[in-house]
Design a protein around this ligand. Structure first.
Ligand SMILES: *Cc1c(COP(=O)(O)O)cnc(C)c1O
Length: 430
């Protein structure tokens, strides 16, 4: 079976910033295809059922055997090989799902990927596999709220300890490591302040202390960052966001090397959190245009960030592509693009911020990010409506914090829209 994969890619480090791997000028000598090629063809069999160009949706909950000998042969395979060539029952795998998993693995330069029904199931499954009663986890504070909720309210019930440290602070991470620490988990870039960790430094800390490292790379996508190339053990995505990309499916993924995903696959087969083939098909379809979409979202994000930073009614902008961002240096060294999400505070209180948001005509008001439609939210209302003021202070979330997730519209139109809506804030009742 011929596939376009990443096996021939250099095993070491870090693509050069700004260069496409495998193309002239890149810090690789391999023939690794570029990320747009991998988005379309990565890991896919050239020959598919019925000579179809697309991978069919295999809508089956069970897979049958010709006779007992075939069943025994399959069981032998399953016992002695990690990767059986077929499936047995829908909870353990599905051909449509596996095809998308292979493409995700190729994109992240990993051996294997596991597709899950949501980003949260990818995260909770990973934490459940690598932590057990008496073990300890280090996690950074600036992260998806439900991840923190799972760690602080559910894992603690099962005797897992956690230390929450400031974002993007390698020293704080290393200082928090205890003899029973089993996992370091962080987003990079983080939500909503886009803090970026030095992933090479993090992988080094993990290796020196014998602790696994996992990065929720939802905000970067493999087009902008490939954490495994820096020695990180596991990459996690809310596929719901950029990877599926059309604000129409929920999915998650975990990608890794060296059999780490096998334990995860077994855990998900027991927990029962499996993605259905229809959804996996939509993810695979969305992935085909990932290269194009991310290129546009990177340029929209950068243009919007520059525009906002220069606007007198904008107090502060968080975007890793701006030199004013606290992690700009590491972001410029490790990210190939800075993404489509821009967080900013406007002058004025929460009410004026609401008025500004209501004045926008292109972005829809709502949570999420990464889809083709732009989305905007007042972070405090969408993510922290029930949080008390001290907690918001600790997180640095003020009522005037806005998160704009650029879609693939024209930057000029998004900026014109921001211009007219910011104009309203100044003129009405401030
Ligand atoms: C949305 C999101 C999640 C949760 O993913 P779901 O697909 O909504 O379950 C986790 N991490 C980050 C960074 C996210 O943006």
């Amino acid at each position: 079976m011929s596939t376009i994969s990443t096996v021939e890619a250099t095993a070491t480090a870090a693509h050069t910033n700004g260069a496409e791997p495998g193309l002239p000028g890149a810090n690789t000598v391999s023939t690794r295809p570029g990320p747009s090629t991998l988005s379309v063809h990565g890991g896919e069999a050239r020959d598919k059922a019925f000579h179809s160009i697309t991978t069919p949706i295999v809508q089956a909950s069970t897979y049958t055997f010709r006779d007992t000998a075939a069943l025994v042969e399959y069981m032998e395979e399953r016992m002695f090989w990690d990767e059986p060539q077929r499936d047995e029952y829908g909870r353990y795998g599905n051909p449509t799902v596996r095809a998308v998993e292979a493409r995700l693995a190729a994109l992240e330069n990993g051996d294997d990927a596991l597709l899950t029904p949501s980003g949260m199931s990818a995260i909770t499954g990973t934490l459940l596999v690598f932590l057990s009663a008496g073990s300890h986890l280090v996690c950074t504070i600036d992260c998806y709220r439900r991840t923190r909720d799972f760690i602080q309210t559910i894992l603690t019930r099962y005797g897992v300890e956690a230390t929450i440290v400031p974002a993007a602070d390698l020293q704080a991470i290393e200082d928090a490591i205890q003899p029973n620490t089993r996992l370091i988990f962080s987003e990079s870039p983080t939500n909503p302040f886009m803090r970026c960790l030095d992933l090479e430094g993090l992988a080094d800390i993990g290796r020196r202390h014998g602790v696994r490292t996992a990065i929720d790379s939802t905000f970067a996508t493999p087009l902008n960052l490939r954490p495994l190339d820096y020695g990180i053990d596991l990459v996690i995505h809310s596929v719901t966001k950029y990877l599926a990309g059309h604000n129409d499916v929920m999915a998650g993924a975990v990608i890794g090397n060296g059999g780490l995903t096998t334990a995860l696959r077994q855990m998900h087969g027991i927990l029962g959190s499996v993605i259905d083939p229809q959804t996996a098909y939509l993810v695979g379809r969305g992935l085909k245009t990932l290269g194009l979409r991310i290129e546009r979202q990177n340029s929209n994000g950068l243009a919007v960030a520059h525009y906002l930073e220069a606007h007198p009614r904008v107090r502060r902008v968080w975007y890793p592509g701006l030199t004013s961002h606290p992690d700009h240096a590491i972001a410029a060294a490790q990210l190939r693009g800075f993404g489509g999400v821009v967080s900013f505070e406007i002058e004025g209180d929460g009410e004026q911020t609401g008025r500004f948001i209501d004045g926008l005509q292109i972005p829809y008001i709502g949570p999420s990010l990464g889809g083709v439609e732009s989305l905007v939210e007042q972070v405090q209302i969408v993510s922290y409506y029930d949080a008390d003021p001290e907690k918001l202070d600790a997180l640095g979330v003020s009522p005037s914090l806005v998160r704009l997730a650029c879609g693939v519209e024209d930057a000029a139109d998004i900026i014109a829209d921001l211009e007219q809506a910011l104009g309203r804030v100044g003129t009405e009742g401030s």
